[in-house]
Design a binder for this molecule. Structure first.
Ligand code: NI
Length: 393
């Protein structure tokens, strides 16, 4: 299998873009420098349309093929960094204190820019490619906001593909799985309102502390007694607040508990939420208290479409070799906001090997530039196979 030598040159060029982006990390929806760099390059490459300002800092580019009508597929990357202090001591380390590209979104952005440059100059395909550069993957749900602002309909997107680097997976290797691949994550804070008073006369009070203790124990029955043991569920109570250590003879009027819930199936997520609400309200009632629930929905379960997973795995196998693509990679309890797009359109998220590096979100992490060429090949081969029916680049 031979590749256009320009792809290697392009990967080298993308490495310099990646390092520039790495030096100026930005957070959530507020990515003026990154979005400006992305927009400037996409315009210089001659994309047919470049639209900025979607979900504040999101950028979308369209590249039409020269073979006429066909499908519209979207390739998506994330651009935001994390509020962390970088500890790599690399020459291209972050120049912004307490901000760091610790999840490799700098690499994802550079690879998709490289794909845009290649595809703008090599348009021998039918239909069109939409490139989505999204903000706020790290907790802001930028993908959801772009969907709410109409990105899927506006650009006629029929299929969506994403790629994320994976430390511990060899450079040049890929991994994917069909169906649920990453967990859905929701958070909660419950305020338990009782009736405070003298701790020596508990019968005159409605004790929210004992109600909270019962609630925490009862919540653990969701994962152990209510759901199928083969269907992973995590319910973690991580926060308790109430009472006063200098007033130990006082039963407080209210306490708060909070935590997070992770599930792997959309239907389990719904069922667990319903059961959670039931446990909270009945335990509170049992203890003669009231519960006020602040439910904070997080990212949905990331579910890869089975057919598009085969497409994605086949694309990677066609240039990396079958032994470098693991199609049965274990699911994780982490969450990813590409899940919102996968809820609306068929598609797949694939892991790209980042080699033996520090883990994601670790202060010593750095995206591996040697992975760029492989990610770039994935994007251009995907377009070629999906919009041309070809099996080689
Ligand atoms: Ni990430």
């Amino acid at each position: 299998m031979t590749f256009d030598p320009s792809l290697s040159e392009l990967a080298d060029e993308a490495k310099t873009w990646r390092r520039t982006i790495h030096q100026y990390p930005e957070l959530l929806f507020d990515l003026p420098k990154t979005a400006a760099l992305v927009t400037e390059k996409l315009e210089a490459f001659g994309c047919d349309e470049v639209v900025g300002g979607i979900a504040k800092s999101g950028v979308v580019a369209v590249i039409n093929g020269t073979r006429g009508a066909g499908k519209t597929i979207a390739l998506r990357c994330d651009m935001d960094a994390l509020p962390m202090l970088e500890q790599t001591n690399l020459p291209h380390a972050s120049k912004v204190e307490n901000m760091m590209h610790a999840c490799g979104h700098d690499g994802h952005t550079a690879m998709l820019l490289a794909a845009a440059k290649h595809l703008s100059a090599n348009r021998d395909f039918a239909g069109k490619v939409v490139l989505i550069f999204q903000p706020a993957e790290e907790g802001g749900g930028g993908s959801r906001v772009m969907i709410e602002e109409g990105v899927l309909e506006r650009f006629g997107i029929e299929e969506v593909y994403g790629m994320h680097n994976q430390p511990g997976l060899d450079v040049g290797s890929f991994a994917i799985r069909s169906g649920p691949m990453m967990a859905g994550g929701d958070r909660f804070v419950v305020t338990i309102n009782g009736k405070g008073g003298h701790a020596a006369y508990p019968h005159l009070c409605h004790d929210p502390v004992l109600a909270g203790a019962q609630m925490i124990v009862a919540l653990q029955s969701i994962a152990s007694r209510f759901t199928n043991p083969f269907d992973p569920v995590v319910v973690s109570v991580t926060y308790i607040e109430g009472g006063n250590a200098s007033a130990l003879n006082v039963i407080p009027a209210a306490i708060k508990i909070g935590g997070t819930i992770r599930t792997m199936l959309p239907e389990t997520r719904k069922a667990v939420e319903a059961r959670f609400r039931e446990v909270v309200s009945t335990t509170a009632k049992l203890m003669q208290t009231d519960a006020e629930l602040d439910w904070r929905p997080g990212y949905p379960v990331t579910v890869n479409d089975p057919e598009k997973t085969r497409v994605a795995a086949g694309v990677a196998q066609s240039f990396a070799g079958a032994d470098r693509v693991d199609s049965d990679w274990p699911a994780t309890m982490g969450s990813e906001d590409f899940s919102y797009m996968l809820e609306k359109r068929p598609g797949a998220l694939i892991w790209l090997g980042n080699g033996d590096t520090a883990d994601l979100h670790n202060p010593a992490y750095d995206f591996n530039d040697d992975a760029i060429i492989h990610g770039l090949r994935y994007w251009v081969t995907l377009v070629d196979q999906q919009l041309n029916g070809k099996t080689d680049v």
